[in-house]
Structures are given as C-alpha cells and as structure tokens.
Design a protein around this ligand. Structure first.
Ligand SMILES: NC(=O)c1ccc[n+]([C@@H]2O[C@H](COP(=O)([O-])OP(=O)(O)OC[C@H]3O[C@@H](n4cnc5c(N)ncnc54)[C@H](O)[C@@H]3O)[C@@H](O)[C@H]2O)c1
Length: 266
C-alpha cells in the first residue's frame, strides 16, 4: 500500500500507459481519477477497475481546453475534496517531415502534449496544495515526456518539440513551487518505445506508406535499437510513476526519470 488513500488524477487514463498507471496506483491503495477525451471508454475503464475492487472514477476531459479543466477542478473539489497527485499523461503522436507538416497538425500536437500540461498544472495546483501539500512528502505532479524530449528523432519534430517543452516546463514549475513553499513536487518521466495503440498506429502508418514491410517489422527494428533488446511495456512506465507519486521520492523535484531500456545512454 505504497500510495494508500492518495487521490490521484491521471489524464489519458482510459488505455495504454495511462490505464496501466491507474491500475498500478489503485493496486497500491490510491483512489484513481481517470480523465480522458474518450468519455465512454473512460467510463468503461473505470468500471473495470471498480469490478476488480479498486476505487476508480471517470471524468470527461479535453486537456487542450481551459474550460474543460475548470469544469474538472469543480467536479473533483466536490467529489473527493482535493488531490495528492496529478499524472499528466494524455498525448498524441505525429510522424511527419517538417517540410510537409500542416500548421494545424503541429498546433494540435503542441495543444495536447504541452499546453494541456500547462492548463492541468495551473488548474490543479490549488487542489494539490490544499490536500497533498499538507503531508510531509508533499503532493506530486508527474509529467509524461518521452525519450524524444531528450534526443532528436527524424520525422518527429512536432512531437519532440512538445516533449522537450514538457521537460523544461517541469523543471521551471518545480523551482517555482519549491520557492513559493507550495510543497508540490514536479518531475518528468521519459519512456522509451512502449507498445500501445499510439505506437501501433504509428507503425501501421509507416507500413501503409511503404516505409516498412509491416507493423511488426517496425517493432522488431525498435527492439533492435534498444540496448536491453526489448520494447517497453506500460507496466515498466507505471512502476516509475508509482515511485514518483509515492512518498518514497520525497526528496525529488525537477528531476527526469528515464525508463527507456538504455536508448538514451549511448
Ligand atoms: N507509447 C510510447 O512508446 C510512448 C513513449 C514515450 C512517451 N509516451 C507518452 O505516453 C503517454 C501515453 O501514451 P500511450 O502510448 O499510452 O498512448 P495512447 O494513445 O494509448 O493513450 C493516450 C491517451 O490520451 C488520450 N487523449 C488524447 N488526446 C486527449 C485530449 N485532448 N484530452 C484528454 N485525453 C486525450 C487518448 O484518448 C488516450 O486514452 C503520451 O503522453 C505519450 O506521448 C508514449
């Protein structure tokens, strides 16, 4: 029960890495609030967790809309009265050559992956400060960046720009909250290649565009360029997030936790 009774909001919580984080935290005693733009799928995911005996609640949220965050803050204040943790996980991918990227597509990636995180931090900070901030380890915000927030990758400039932004947004807010004595820690997590619908969609697109034999061959290539010789699982990432949400990481803020099978160590 490493996060017993902690109330934690996870954006993009209905599937993939977000759902794995919610499941792992719930198994360690947290009350998990799943928020996603896919309302019905989010309700189904929360119902599955409840059926397993966990305390899980679904919320509709478009992370790129300030109004949506304001509505969510009101609902959370009524339903659970404060927050101990926020996992900014919702994200979208884009594989595109920079010279062929539409402004609208560039903007969408930044709106969801970076602006969404700013809005979430802004509107959840009062709830985090009021509840989690009263404990000695403080409240904890975990921002899901990527290895592409650390190193460059061809045909991923919009995604990498958004994830690089997440890295330094995290460090700046960590300094600001520490200086203001808010007792809210803020750290980023940098997953390597993880098999989820997001990466499967990307692999299928590469195969359809004739840039790979099929989706499976893309995953074989990703496996080969990862020093540990395998693709990551959502659980690999969830285990790191559990540590950052728990009081075990009480002396960590503004840090980056890289979970990438060694990809960025070369
Ligand atoms: N899969 C990987 O290899 C990998 C690697 C590094 C980082 N990441 C990051 O991990 C996070 C989770 O990715 P995933 O692989 O589980 O992908 P996924 O596509 O399975 O999950 C993303 C979730 O975000 C939700 N979402 C999208 N736009 C939203 C919006 N505007 N408002 C609210 N919710 C929205 C989706 O509905 C979905 O549930 C993302 O931030 C992604 O960039 C993934």
């Amino acid at each position: 029960m490493r996060v017993h009774d902690k109330k934690v909001l996870i954006t993009g919580g209905r599937r993939g890495i977000g759902l794995s984080i919610a499941t792992r935290l719930a198994a360690e005693g947290a009350v998990v609030l799943l928020a996603d733009i896919e309302k019905e799928a989010c309700e189904a995911a929360a119902a599955d967790l409840v059926a397993k005996g966990f305390d899980a609640r679904p919320y509709a949220l478009d992370v790129s809309s300030e109004e949506s965050w304001q509505r969510l803050a009101e609902s959370i204040a009524q339903d659970v009265d404060g927050l101990d943790g926020l996992v900014n996980n919702a994200g979208v991918e884009l594989t595109s050559r920079v010279t062929e990227t539409d402004l609208d597509d560039w903007q969408k990636v930044l709106d969801v992956n970076l602006t969404g995180l700013f809005l979430g931090t802004k509107h959840m900070a009062p709830l985090l400060q009021a509840t989690g901030g009263s404990g000695s380890a403080g409240a904890s915000v975990v921002n899901i960046s990527s290895i592409l927030g650390l190193v460059g990758f061809a045909e991923a400039s919009a995604y990498a720009a958004s994830k690089g932004g997440v890295r330094l947004f995290t460090k700046s807010v960590a300094m600001e909250f520490a200086q203001a004595g808010k007792n809210i820690r803020v750290n980023s997590v940098h997953p390597g290649f993880v098999r989820t619908r997001m990466t499967e969609t990307g692999a299928e697109r590469l195969a359809a565009g004739g840039m790979a034999e099929d989706a499976e061959s893309v995953f074989r290539q990703l496996q080969q360029i990862t020093p540990l010789g395998r693709i990551g699982t959502p659980l690999d990432i969830a285990n790191g997030v559990l540590f950052l949400i728990s009081d075990e990481s009480a002396f960590m803020t503004g840090a980056e936790l890289v979970i990438d099978g060694g990809y960025t160590a070369r």
